[in-house]
Design a protein around this ligand. Structure first.
Ligand code: ADP
Length: 638
């Protein structure tokens, strides 16, 4: 009895794109089907370890062409499909890569460029429809009595029939499309094409991939000229080397091979930004092949994101995302580790306590960091690209675990700075420090332009000191953990500091404070939000500014209050600094001397001006408005 099914909408959409794709790299269908076959064999092998009813076999994948029937058949003796599998896995888009792909295509509405993505993405079984207009899947699971035949013409629906003579495993029969002017589909029936494609895309598959290869043998018979006649025979031959790319000698591996491997395995359509490869022998023995994606994975900062490297032992796949192999701050790294030091049947639980694994993880971490350092030194542009995508992770790395990793990470950080157009390292900042400069100054702002508008920056600029511009939320928290770099302390320019002053200037400042004691105290009384009003040591052209003392800074106040569990009550101290040399301050002070109670409004406006300069919201915008209107009216009346 034949059952008919409709494809789900999203599957239809994918099929539609596949079929109508003008994409030229249709050839990737073969690597997709072979990769599925290899996965299916892995699954059967694993099942055989725990299920007595399932025998372990001599595994193989066959690719067979039939020129007369115009079919290409891919056969594996893997896990096969149960009836339910057929409906769930081939009737629906099971694979996350395919889903993501369809979403991307939908979003970017099928421009020509998007179509190029197909080849890079790998869309599994459905890619068969790029070259076939009818696909049969004949399959039997070792767990079911019955075998099935799935047939789809790849448009709307598919059917499933029971079959009695299916062998365990899966046979996929592609009925190739008719040739067109542009595409000769029957080239996929050519043994040289098949060999080329297998070597190009599937060479490392660990099971033998076999195809029929023509051999010419000389026979005893002679031709007319008396020469031995040659006879054509077909031999089923293994065409892949079965050595995974990371187990090959470096000289046999090209960048292109690595890039292709990465894109295929980690479902990216772009080449990786960085490829890291190493072969370690010593306390632990392992090989690793790691990649940093050019673009951060879209879900990198979602809690559902799973970090980790694939784990192989002796070339055999063990675990997909072994999280023990990567610290959190390097969670964006993709790749694998293949070691000789772990048993094949290790469980996830055992892994957590495994000493070799801990050693490997340490060594992997150092390798990644040393590779990043090398990139920073040798290819600054590339490192900057890296840092733009992943810098924030390194910053969290400094911050986490109470700064345990800070020594390792501090020289990998980049910062915007006042004096430089490009981002600089802490070492570069330190090396460029001026004589007499005691601290590494930083300013928190939403960008460099806003930082430049901070009033406190004036004095520092005058001295020619550079200022690091912090724009990431984590920046200040990170600097709190770092505390100093190469024995020089970090200093927030918005936290009142007088280390810019000479001893004489300090004395002068103290004198001024004393002289203005009452004025400052009365200003403060008019401003309940303000902790203190002080004479500024840093202002030159602005009348006043706000600073935050030595506790938490304004930026941290913002960040902490934005956190979900905050009650919005965390507050940095507000210290109003006034510039005694500014004309406005002088005038206000004169007025104060005439009449102590007449400066209330000016005090408020000075404070509001300081808030605005600092990029902070006004406490009472309505009141500010009224004061401003009154002031303008008064000044025009005169
Ligand atoms: P993916 O392989 O990425 O999951 P596919 O659309 O290619 O996506 O395949 C969907 C599912 O069908 C697979 O996850 C697997 O469970 C099953 N499958 C595909 N090919 C085979 C095969 N040769 N043998 C057994 N199961 C297969």
């Amino acid at each position: 009895m034949s059952e008919k099914f409709e494809f789900k909408t999203e599957t239809k959409r994918l099929l539609d794109m596949m079929i109508n794709s003008i994409y030229t790299h249709k050839e990737i269908f073969l690597r997709e089907l072979i990769s599925n076959a290899s996965d299916a064999i892995d699954k059967r092998h694993f099942l055989s370890l725990t299920n007595d009813k399932v025998k372990d076999l001599d595994y193989e994948i066959k690719v067979e062409a039939d020129k007369a029937l115009r079919t290409l058949t891919i056969t594996d003796n893997g896990i096969g499909f149960t009836h339910e599998d057929l409906v769930n896995n081939l009737g629906t888009i099971a694979r996350s890569g395919s889903k993501e792909f369809v979403e991307k295509m939908n979003k970017e509405n099928q421009g020509k460029d998007d179509v190029d993505i197909i080849g890079q993405f790998g869309v599994g079984f459905y890619s068969g429809f790029m070259v076939a207009d009818l696909i049969e899947v004949i399959t039997k699971s070792p767990l079911e009595e019955k075998g099935y035949k799935f047939i789809s013409e790849g448009l709307e629906s598919y059917s499933i029939d029971e079959v009695s003579d299916a062998s365990e495993g899966t046979k996929i029969i592609l009925h190739l499309r008719a040739n067109t002017d542009d595409v000769k589909y029957d080239e996929y029936l050519d043994e040289y094409t098949i060999k080329d494609l297998v070597r190009k895309y599937s060479d490392y598959i660990r099971y033998p991939i076999k195809t029929w290869v023509t051999k010419y043998e000389t026979s005893d018979e002679k031709d007319e000229k008396g020469n031995p006649k040659s006879v054509e025979t077909s031999v089923l031959e293994t065409i892949n080397s079965m050595t995974p790319i990371w187990r090959k000698e470096k000289k046999d591996v090209t960048d292109e091979m690595l890039n292709t491997f990465y894109k295929q395995k980690f479902m990216d359509w772009q080449d990786p930004l960085l490829t890291i490869q190493s072969n370690v022998e010593g306390n632990v023995t392992y090989r690793t092949l790691m990649f940093i994606p050019r673009q951060a994975p879209y879900d990198l900062y979602q809690s559902s994101y799973e970090k980790g490297l694939q784990l192989y032992t002796k070339g055999v796949f063990v675990i997909d995302k072994c999280k023990e192999l990567l610290p959190d701050y390097l969670k964006f790294v993709k790749g694998l580790v293949d070691t000789e030091d772990l048993p094949l049947n290790i469980s996830r639980e055992m892994l957590q306590e495994d000493r070799s694994l801990t050693l490997i993880a340490k060594s992997v971490e150092s390798k990644i960091l040393s590779e990043l350092k090398k990139t920073l030194e040798k290819d600054r542009a590339k490192y900057e690209e890296f840092f733009a995508s992943y810098g924030v992770n390194l910053k969290y790395g400094v911050y986490e675990n109470f700064g345990e990793k800070k020594e390792k990470l501090q020289d990998l950080l980049l910062f915007e700075s006042l004096n430089s157009d490009k981002k600089i390292t802490l070492r570069e900042y330190k090396d460029a420090m001026k004589e007499g400069q005691k601290s590494i100054y930083f300013a928190s702002a939403k960008d460099k332009a806003s930082a430049l508008m901070l009033p406190q920056i004036e004095a520092i600029k005058e001295k020619g000191f550079d200022v690091l511009v912090l724009t990431d939320h984590v920046d200040e928290f990170m600097l709190q953990v770092l505390k100093e770099y190469d024995k020089v302390e970090f200093k927030n320019i918005a936290q009142a500091n007088d280390d810019l002053l000479t001893e004489d200037e300090k004395k002068e400042l103290d004198k001024k404070k004393e002289e203005n004691k009452d004025f400052l105290a009365d200003l403060k009384n008019d401003l309940p939000e303000v902790k203190e009003v002080v004479i500024s040591s840093t202002l030159t052209t602005s009348p006043c500014c706000l600073s935050s003392g030595n506790g938490i800074s304004f930026e941290m106040e913002k960040v902490l209050n934005a956190q979900q569990d905050s009650d919005g009550k965390i507050r940095a101290d507000r210290i109003l600094e006034i510039n005694p040399n500014h004309e406005l301050v002088k005038l206000v002070e004169e007025r104060y001397k005439e009449n102590k109670d007449s400066i209330k409004d000016y005090a408020k406006l000075l404070y509001d001006a300081a808030l605005i300069d600092q990029g902070m919201p006004l406490t009472d915008p309505k009141e500010f408005n009224t004061l401003l209107v009154n002031l303008m009216t008064a000044s025009l009346k005169k």
